[in-house]
Structures are given as C-alpha cells and as structure tokens.
Design a protein around this ligand. Structure first.
Ligand code: AMP
Length: 395
C-alpha cells in the first residue's frame, strides 16, 4: 500500500508517494509558481534522478493534474489507498485527522479566517485532488492536531473570556506533524520509551517553533493562535508586544499592512534583508553587524524558550534540533548549546560537525558528560501525514 501526501501552499504543491509502513518513498516532487506566467516542476522517482520541467500552471487544479498525470504514467497511483492532505488549521473542530467529505470540507472552509494565509490554499489542493482522484479516501492531517491536548493553562490567553470564546482565540500550536514525528523518532533512536522522556524539539526552518513533549504528550508550544508567535523566523518576528501593533495601528497602518509586516517583512528578512539563514550566517562571518545582531536575537529567543520549557516540564532529557536550520547549521547549534550550559548541556564539537546529511534517523551530538542528550533528527512531516492518514481509514 502507498499513500499520496499533498502539501498545497499558496503558490506550490508538494507531493510524495510513500509506503506508510516502511517509509519508502516511491516518488516526490514539487509544482511551483502556480498562477504565474512561468511555472516549474520537479519529480524524483525511487531509484531515478530528478526530472525538471518548466511550464505554467494556471491554478492548483492544473498543477495537481500534472502531478497525477506523471504519477499515473509511471504506474505509481495503482496502489495508492489514501491521500493525506497537510492542513494547517483545524480550529476547535478538528482535534485529529478527518476523512474529507462534502460536510467536513464545508467545516474546513468555515475555519479559513483562522488561517487566511494557509487554509484556503490547502482547500484548493483538497478540492482539486478529490475531483481528480475520487475513488480514494482523502484525509486532512492538521498542523494543530498534535497540540489539541495542550493543558488548559497553556491553551488559554489571559483576555476577556467572552471575547476569546466568540472569536475562537486560544493557543492552537503548529508544526504538529514535525514535532510529533521528531519527538517520537528521537525517543526511538535513543532506545527509550517516549512515556518516560522529557523532550524539547526545536523545529528551526523558514518557519520556526519549539515544543515541549513530556511522556509523549505535548505540554507547551511556542506558536499560538497563528504561526506568528514564538521564535524568530525567516520572515516572521515571533514574540512581539501586542502594544506595538496598537501603536502602529494608531499611526495609520491598517490590518493588511500589519499582516504584511508580520508575515513577510519581519524576522531575519526584516533585520537583514534576507530570510535565508545561509546568507545571514555568511554575512555575520564576514563581519556584517546587522547579520550578527539577527543571529543573536534568534539565539536569545531560542535560549529563552528552552529555559522556560525546562522549567515547565521540571527537567529535560533530550533537546532535539530539526528542519533546515536545525539540521544543517552547525554554528547555530553550538551557539545555542553553549548558552544552555547552565542546564547541564554539553555539545561534542566533533560530533556536532560530522552529522551526516540526508540520512534518516537521529545523530547524538552531545558529549558523554552532558546531562541532556542533544540530537539532530531530520524531520519527516510527509511520513507522519501518510501514517496518520492511513491509520484514519484503516479500521
Ligand atoms: P526549511 O523551512 O526547513 O526548509 O528550512 C529553510 C531554512 O534552512 C533556510 O533559512 C535555509 O537557509 C536554512 N538552511 C538550509 N541549509 C542550511 C545550511 N547548510 N546551513 C544553514 N542554514 C541552512
């Protein structure tokens, strides 16, 4: 059996055909620049190289048609028994994956105002895929799902209860597929039962978040009602005094301008002009002070969250780095861990610099004298989604 995993963003569709049991990837790829005059797509099949093509995709329907055509032509759809859709916001309605039918899709549309940048694109992908693969069950797996059980004191923002109720204001948490997969995988690779581990996962990519997982269950998360809160990200600021927004509103910026500022013009991009961590790191090494400050702000925020989550859980067994920056940025791991020496964290410089690229599974980078295991664990959101989708349709 295979699962087709679809991750439809505002201008791209990522896809993967994967065996949920073994994790073997039959094919994966990306159709991008949807809606632009020049589109591009790549597909990589098991045992073959990557193939690229340039062609315009008018909309998600056209992109999905191309994807399914390629997969069908290669005989890769024959044993696809479920389609798992990465879906960002499940609101209060969906605390676990859900089989998509007209009714659940209608509820999903009602949730779009909670994630206006993400859910509408996810829904376009779902609609196109259901239309073109009607005989296979489709399942939404939510970024918020893993965090549905956050304790009430973590979920609740201290504002007027009636306002919170009316506008569904609460902490939902995001990157759930990554935090769930990585925390489980790290425990497995340490040969430990997740039920007896206190873990902090640092998902550091273009989007970034920290999660505290105690005994296999999430007990805190840096992202909030939207994916804006918490760590410094590629283009988002993370934590910011809400008074700043009032100040800017009173000075004439409107909601759309604030949205643009917070989602596209902040974080590394706002501080340095680029959201690419590689460029920021290179600039800092070359002596650029703005780049060094951006790194220091990012590192300070990470250290603050790890310290807070350590206290929230009353201890820490494993600190896990994942996603583009977490898996690849050797210097950032070293700088963060140096600041965390107070928690008994000791990195092994040799192990930290020799993490193999592209290998699934964890690499321990802490020293033998460290009181906390530090791991680099590549994330695999697609596999988590494939497994969650398959489990939802398999009785
Ligand atoms: P993601 O969103 O997980 O794909 O991560 C994207 C981020 O990872 C970007 O900021 C990249 O610059 C960063 N990244 C990828 N490779 C490296 C690397 N070798 N060193 C530093 N940052 C990297």
């Amino acid at each position: 059996m295979s699962a087709l995993v679809i991750n439809a963003g505002s201008s791209s569709v990522k896809f993967q055909v994967v065996d949920p049991a073994t994790g073997a990837v039959r094919a994966k790829g990306l159709a991008e620049r949807i809606g632009e005059t020049e589109g591009a797509a790549t597909i990589e099949q098991e045992g073959q190289g990557e193939q690229s093509t340039s062609q315009p995709f008018a909309d998600h329907r056209a992109a999905l048609a191309w994807v399914l055509d390629q997969l069908g032509g290669a005989g890769l759809l024959a044993d696809v028994e479920v389609v798992g859709h990465r879906t960002v916001h499940g609101g209060r309605r969906f605390d676990r994956p859900v089989v998509l039918d007209d009714e659940t899709l209608a509820v999903l549309r009602e949730l779009s105002p909670l994630a206006p940048l993400h859910n509408p694109a996810n829904i376009e992908g779902i609609e196109a895929a259901r239309e073109q693969l009607p005989e296979v069950p489709h399942v939404s797996v939510f970024d918020t799902g893993f965090f549905a059980e956050l304790p009430p004191e973590v979920r609740t923002y201290a504002i007027d209860t009636e306002v919170a109720q009316e506008y569904a204001v609460q902490r939902y948490g995001f990157h759930g597929a990554s935090h769930a997969y990585v925390s489980q995988r790290a425990a497995e690779d340490l040969g430990r039962d997740p039920a007896e581990l206190k873990v902090i996962v640092l998902h550091l990519g273009n989007g970034a978040s920290a999660a505290a997982v105690d005994g296999g269950r999430p007990v805190d998360c840096s992202m909030g009602m939207t994916p804006l809160e918490g760590l410094v990200m590629g283009t988002r600021p993370g934590d910011i005094d809400p008074g700043v927004l009032l100040h800017l509103l009173r000075h004439g910026l409107d909601a759309d301008e604030l949205d643009d500022l917070l989602n596209r013009r902040s974080g590394l991009k706002g501080l340095t002009g680029t959201n690419d961590m590689r460029e920021v790191r290179a600039a800092a090494t070359a002596g650029d002070e703005r780049a060094r400050l951006a790194l220091d702000v990012s590192i300070h925020r990470i250290v603050r969250y790890v310290g807070a989550f350590h206290a929230v859980m009353g201890g820490l067994d494993a600190l896990v780095f994942t996603a583009g920056v977490g898996e690849n940025n050797v210097e950032l791991r070293a700088e963060v861990c140096e600041r965390l020496a107070v928690l008994g964290i000791r990195l092994d410089a040799g192990r930290n610099t020799s993490v193999p690229r592209g290998r699934p599974g964890s690499t321990v980078v802490s020293g033998d004298d460290s009181q906390v295991a530090v791991l680099v664990t590549p994330t695999n959101e697609e596999l988590y989604i494939a497994r969650a989708a398959a489990a939802t349709v398999t009785p």
